[in-house]
Design a protein around this ligand. Structure first.
Ligand SMILES: Nc1ncnc2c1ncn2[C@@H]1O[C@H](COP(=O)(O)OP(=O)(O)OP(=O)(O)O)[C@@H](O)[C@H]1O
Ligand SMILES: [Mg+2]
Length: 455
């Protein structure tokens, strides 16, 4: 789940980040282009104007002083620029300290093309706009051989550009943070129904067949919830049918089985007078019918739990006495050591408590071995321990499942495998529990926990 959430957050954040970056980038480029074009145009126009004014009355050929005047004139002191004038072999006559760059490339273009040319250059890391034009003789309109240049620093524009980048970055960062926050919230919103579904599916798997989810909206998740609900309903119906079938069948079997058992009893009583294998057959018949009767009774009992048709008849009971009574009824008193002080009284259903004890102690004697002890080890925890081989490790996790038994080769069990399932249902009905385990030495131990105050 966390992986899906992280992935959603990343996707959201990347999308939002990309959009913010793209928007900022576009704005930046647009603004920069606008700014530069404007600067270029105003510089070039200003230059053109100045040159035409300054050369209007210029003598030809120009004196050195006139050239200097021209250079100074196109680049007045208040401009961050340098003017340059050239005529014949006069060399470059520059305004100010005259250290601005004037590449040969531009000069070549001005003389070759005989028109105003401008270009952007970077010199020593600083950006400049260089404009140059030939000066035409006013009357003839022919080249005078004079060239004028203006090298204007774009330093201010570069600073403005940096400010733009900073502004874009400062605008994008909060947006990105917001996007991540939003992504976290949105991912949570998307994932909540998924988490609900996960929890519901677990509950369904744990046997809570009436688990349903509320479907809201009409999106894919809502449809998934509907499918889940439909599946849960179908499962509940089919499990319900199966349980009802078991309950009905057991009920139908009970009456004829009771008659068969009674007849088997009669036959066994009379078996002494029979010959050959018949007495043994009669004994086996009685035994098997007895097991069948117990199986049917257990099935009916489990069915009652499944149908929720069970209740507690609570009494205030002395634990030591209740255990003793259980053992006495089954003639196990001499087989089991009981370590429970009298006087511990709790509320429980004596009949159901007897069912639990009968199966736990019965298992200890049948599947385990003596000595078997029943001890009160906590408030209220009753431990039934034996000295047998213990519960097979592969059986241990399923030992409370219905019909689960150790594999036939290793067991002398003739039980149905329903005993522990019924015992656990009875403990849970009290609000208690049973845990199974093996003792470090040898033997199994079952720990029955019951609430001290049954509400
Ligand atoms: N004390 C124990 N020592 C070893 N194995 C045990 C012990 N108690 C239970 N088991 C194993 O757990 C299985 C399930 O026990 P459970 O009481 O549910 O059924 P059962 O005793 O076989 O039949 P039933 O109780 O219905 O007559 C047993 O068949 C046995 O393999
Ligand atoms: Mg049993």
């Amino acid at each position: 789940m966390r992986g899906l959430r992280a992935r959603l957050v990343v996707v959201f954040a990347v999308l939002a980040g990309l959009s913010a970056l793209t928007a900022a980038g576009l704005v930046y480029k647009q603004a920069r282009d606008l700014m530069l074009t404007r600067t270029e145009w105003s510089v070039v126009n200003e230059f053109r104007l100045r040159v035409s004014t300054l050369t209007e009355n210029m003598q030809h050929p120009p004196s050195r002083a006139a050239l200097q005047q021209l250079a100074n004139g196109v680049a007045p002191a208040f401009l961050d620029a340098t003017g340059v004038a050239v005529y014949g072999d006069s060399g470059l006559i520059a305004s100010g300290d005259g250290t601005a760059p004037l590449g040969p490339d531009l000069r070549r273009r001005v003389t070759a093309e005989q028109r105003l040319v401008y270009q952007r250059v970077v010199h020593d890391g600083d950006p400049y706009l260089v404009v140059g034009t030939p000066v035409l003789l006013r009357r003839e309109g022919t080249p005078s051989g004079v060239e004028v240049y203006l090298i204007s620093s774009l330093h201010a524009e570069a600073a403005d550009q940096e400010a733009l980048v900073a502004a874009a970055r400062n605008g994008v960062l909060p947006v990105l943070l917001l996007a991540v926050l939003f992504a976290l919230v949105a991912a949570g919103g998307v994932l909540r129904p998924v988490r609900d579904l996960d929890r519901a599916a677990r509950r369904l798997g744990a046997g809570e067949l009436d688990t349903r989810l509320k479907a809201t909206g009409r999106d894919e998740l809502a449809r998934l919830v509907q499918t889940f609900n439909a599946t849960a309903a179908a499962l509940e119906t089919s499990v319900g049918n199966a349980r009802r079938f078991v309950a009905d069948v057991s009920h139908e079997l009970r009456t004829p089985l009771a008659s068969i058992l009674a007849m088997a009893d009669v036959i066994e009583e009379e078996a002494g007078r029979l010959d050959g294998d018949l007495p043994e057959a009669a004994r086996l018949l009685n035994l098997e019918v007895g097991r069948l009767v117990k199986l049917v009774e257990d099935l009916m009992e489990i069915s009652r739990f499944d149908a929720g048709a069970v209740g507690l008849v609570v009494d205030d009971v002395d634990v030591a006495e209740a255990v003793a009574a259980s053992l006495r009824t089954r003639g196990w008193t001499s087989d089991v050591t009981v370590d429970i002080d009298p006087g511990v009284r709790i509320g429980l259903d004596p009949r159901r408590f007897d069912v639990i004890m009968a199966n736990l102690v019965g298992n200890a004697l049948k599947h385990g071995a003596k000595p078997v002890t029943v001890a009160l080890t906590g408030d209220v925890v009753i431990e039934v321990a034996d000295s047998g081989p213990g519960i097979a490790p592969d059986l241990l996790p399923h030992v409370f499942d219905r019909f689960s038994k150790a594999d036939a080769a290793r067991t002398r069990s003739d039980g149905s495998g329903l005993g522990l399932a019924i015992a656990l249902e009875n403990a849970r009905l009290h609000g208690g529990d049973i845990e199974a385990g093996n003792r470090p030495g040898s033997g199994a131990v079952f720990r029955l926990t019951l609430p001290r105050n049954l509400s």
